[in-house]
Design a protein around this ligand. Structure first.
Ligand code: ADP
Ligand code: MG
Length: 681
């Protein structure tokens, strides 16, 4: 890039910026409004505000930790406190009483009136005329060694080199007209330099037409790149797998139930794919409890009968271990060699497992450790990935690459319990064919759900006592907002102690993410065998755990969880023939959306309905900061927020691929740039 020195060039490269156009498409994360000065008397907590005033008092204190407190006033007859926990001595010296300063930051309630913690600030000369910015200040994602101002300056210079609207546009004009897409050039200029009168609230939630125009193009590009990836993979060869069916027959014969029609249909689709020399790329979507594991087992047997190896990967060790137990029990009697490989398998055990993979192992079950270096297969024919929403597209590819042998690449089967609406699936999984298991096994009684305030916890404890006295089993799930294994484990330990004291007659187990795998496995096995009546657990049991005799689930602080997570958790009960129930314990006060979420959970157990409600309910507030939803880090788009754009994205995508493949390529290069390289197989 001209005008950019080598040092800056290297720093920019860390942000994925290598070409002039990368600067145009390096979009702001958010904005600061420094176009006006707010009087201290007009501040409201939660505001991002710019204030100008004079220092009244400075205080260095050591309450808990060193801090600097600076009181400022602006003649509006109230004071604002600026509080610093990290500061230099010289800073304190510069902020003498009487100093005129301007500061910017988030206002909150403090001990005495409002305060701002770590504001940005600058000292002003006594007689300087107050000048404010004439437009919103974009804040760009940046990296160490590159300040916001410097980066903004570089981008500003790059914007001066933007070509005219027609040359910048890659979406053909007939499509722009048909789908009412505004000018890309205007949209770019707007998001980089929003004028002061711009609707800040609309911008903050990403709903401004300029942002939506860019989101459309980004989603379109993502869709196109997955489609291209798919096309590239489908050009490669995969082993033709045609088993004789003996082992599948024997397996089905010993199952205590018949396959559902939906399971059978999906299996037929898989069998057709496996018998073809084009790599299978199939997603099996089935609500919790729809019986995906059996489908995976039969797909595995199909490949094994044909002499190929199978890898089954699960996102957590708990889930992988559970699969291991089921598959050992199912497959060993059939003379099939099952291998276990997780991160914790080390030393000799690991070497033995790796050797087996190169020789006589038929199926390996494990966690992402399977995707690591040094894992080689004799003949990997099928990779099965359970509960896909925890994995990214990159990880799937890593596994596929394991199977690259003379015989091409393995077939891929992805299982997910995340029931996402169809339009969303078509974009999020544009590289996969989708099969849906849309039928639950017969004889299930639906789970009855109630929401109860934590104040009535005592009653729930009695309910557990009564259920367990009848030989039922129950889960008690502890949740936290923060995704911290440590804190969640602590919360579970507290509940465990409390319930053990309250229910001395019951055998109670505890399982959380901090336990050693062997400990976890022992607890789960004890629960599954009925040795434990009550299992206190963290959300580690969210996916996959299958204990049909458990018919009561209590979820603590249910108001903190999103709908899809609640649905996953609840799916752990209602797997047997007895009537099951789920108690959502909540802590008052409830926010409006939390109340609605609990309401939806009480009303329905249909995963697709819940997914749709989830889309509807995720208000802007909750979407902020969740741009990474889904599997890909978008710059501006959000799959959930922008789901309404997807039908048009798919239509435009189809036309581009068919009539304008070069434009499609250029779009991918523009938006995905260097990152697109991973897609090249
Ligand atoms: P998920 O789709 O959530 O992974 P699982 O595969 O764990 O569901 O199956 C849930 C439960 O339903 C298991 O106990 C399994 O044995 C049982 N199951 C699976 N298929 C059938 C069927 N066709 N009829 C009855 N029970 C079934
Ligand atoms: Mg499962």
């Amino acid at each position: 890039m001209s005008g950019v020195g080598p040092a800056l060039q290297a720093t920019l490269a860390k942000l994925g910026i290598e070409r002039l156009q990368d600067l145009w498409f390096h979009l702001p994360l958010r904005y600061e409004d420094k176009t006006r000065i707010t009087a201290i008397a007009d501040l409201r907590p939660g505001d991002q505000a710019q204030i100008e005033g004079r220092v009244d008092a400075v205080e260095r204190g050591f309450r808990f930790r060193p801090q600097l407190r600076v009181a400022i006033s602006d003649g509006s007859n109230q004071t604002l406190v600026l509080r610093f926990f990290h500061f230099r001595g010289s800073q304190a010296d510069q902020l003498k009483p009487g100093t005129r300063i301007r500061c910017y930051g988030e206002v909150r309630h403090g001990a005495q009136g409002f305060e701002i913690v770590h504001p940005q600030y600058e000292r002003l000369l006594d007689d300087a005329i107050s000048v404010v910015e004439d437009r919103l200040t974009p804040i760009y994602p940046t990296t160490e060694g590159l300040g916001h101002k410097r980066l903004a300056g570089v981008i500003e210079r790059a914007l001066k080199l933007l070509p005219d609207a027609a040359s910048l546009e890659l979406i053909p004009s007939e499509l722009c007209a048909k789908y009412r897409l505004g000018s890309l050039r205007d949209a770019l200029l707007f998001v980089h330099r929003p004028p002061p009168q711009a609707n800040l609230a609309q911008i903050a939630i990403g709903e401004h037409p300029a942002q939506q125009r860019l989101a459309f193009e980004e989603l379109l590009t993502h869709h196109l790149s997955l489609k291209r990836l798919r096309a590239q993979i489908r050009e490669r060869r995969a082993p033709v797998l045609r088993g004789g069916g003996e082992q599948r027959g024997a397996f089905i014969a010993q199952l205590p139930f018949a396959l559902t029609g939906a399971q059978q249909r999906v299996l037929d689709e898989i069998a057709r794919d496996l018998a073809s020399a084009k790599p299978m790329l199939r997603l099996v979507q089935g609500d919790v409890g729809s019986g995906k594991t059996v489908v995976a087992a039969l797909a595995a047997l199909h490949a094994i009968e044909a002499g190929a190896q199978v890898a089954l990967v699960a996102p957590t060790e708990l889930l992988a271990e559970q699969h291991l137990r089921s598959f050992l029990q199912w497959f060993e009697p059939l003379g099939i060699k099952v291998i276990w490989l997780a991160g914790k398998v080390q030393g000799r055990a690991r070497r033995t497992a790796l050797d087996a993979l190169k020789t006589d192992a038929d199926i390996v079950i494990g966690t992402h450790a399977l995707m690591q270096e040094g894992v080689e297969f004799r003949h990997l024919g099928l990779a099965i990935i359970d509960e896909q929403h925890r994995f990214g597209v990159h990880q799937r590819m890593a596994l596929r690459d394991k199977g690259r042998t003379g015989d091409g690449i393995p077939h891929q089967l992805v299982l997910t319990a995340t029931p996402i609406p169809r339009t969303l699936a078509m974009t999020a999984y544009a590289d996969l064919d989708v099969s849906v298991i849309d039928e639950l096994p017969p004889g299930r009684t639906p789970v009855t759900t109630v929401a109860i305030s934590n104040a009535r916890r005592g009653e729930i404890v009695e309910r557990i006592r009564a259920a367990c006295a009848l030989g039922r089993q129950a889960y008690w799930v502890c949740t936290l907002i923060e995704e911290s294994d440590v804190l969640e484990a602590q919360a579970a330990e507290v509940s465990h102690a409390e319930l053990t004291a309250a229910l001395p007659e019951l055998r109670i187990g505890l399982v959380h993410g901090r336990l050693k795998p062997a400990e976890k496995q022992a607890v789960m096995a004890a629960f599954k065998n009925g040795e434990l009546a009550l299992l206190i657990a963290t959300t580690v049991i969210e996916v996959g755990v299958d204990v049909p005799n458990a018919s009561l689930m209590v979820i603590e602080n249910a108001e903190r969880l999103g709908l899809s997570q609640l649905h996953q958790l609840r799916g752990r009960v209602g797997r047997g023939s007895q009537a099951s129930s789920c108690v959502l314990l909540y802590q008052m006060p409830l926010s409006g959306t939390a109340r609605q979420r609990l309401e939806v959970m009480r009303e329905t157990t249909d995963g697709f309905r819940i997914a749709e409600k989830d889309l509807e309910l995720r208000g802007p507030g909750e979407l902020l900061g969740t741009r990474q939803t889904g599997r890909i880090g978008f710059r501006i788009a959000d799959l959930l927020r922008d789901a309404k754009l997807l039908p048009a994205v798919q239509e435009v995508g189809a036309v581009l691929l068919e009539k304008y493949p070069q434009q499609a390529e250029r779009l991918i290069t523009r938006w995905v740039g260097g990152a697109a390289r991973y897609a090249g197989t």
